[in-house]
Design a protein around this ligand. Sequence first.
Ligand code: ADP
Ligand code: ZN
Length: 206
Amino acid sequence: MNIILLGAPGAGKGTQASKIADKYKLLHISTGDIFRANIKGGTEIGKLAKSYIDAGKLVPDEVTCKIVEDRLTWDDAGNGYMLDGFPRNIYQAEQLDKFAKVDLCLNIDVDEKLLMDRICGRRVCACGESYHVSTLNGATTCAKCGGELYQRADDNPETVKSRLDTYNTQTAPLIDYYKKQGKLATVTSGEGSPDEVFAQIIKILG
Ligand code: ADP
Ligand code: ZN
């Protein structure tokens, strides 16, 4: 099964993706993670992506689509995957339909008022886990792997505003796109705890 995770920045896509990956043995492909790895590695893609990411804008479609198309040809993508952060606009969705078969789009719906606090309070680990300062009780390391937690460079109020704007204008129209294809499933409890949200996802995925 190939799934798309849709939702605003801070909706909890990454958190749910790691739970879904564990339970359903689906490969988790995050375009944001791929870009951040490229930035860290100092690659050409990383250099190009950084300016867009820092501004809260989308990395150009040609670059992003090519990365995903390539990634889906790897052997490990043959048994089902979850796309987190792709597609992010209609053009990307149309391209995806040309090189992949999408079975389901899981849309995690969260009250927009919560997003700014969620993102600015987010602390992440290199292993992929993320936390919110309000539940860390001062801890600075990852409960899962012991790694040092840090704040993503684009998790600052100014960039977040721009990311939310990009989401509303470019990404939100995908809800209708997948609804028309009969592939949309909406997770309405997005404001709940990670476990509550995951419980609803399990009901949808069976
Ligand atoms: P979030 O969902 O919290 O905004 P991501 O890690 O998914 O975080 O994305 C971080 C940034 O990476 C985005 O703001 C954007 O600049 C870039 N990016 C990720 N996915 C895409 C995509 N499909 N197309 C264009 N840019 C992307
Ligand atoms: Zn960790």
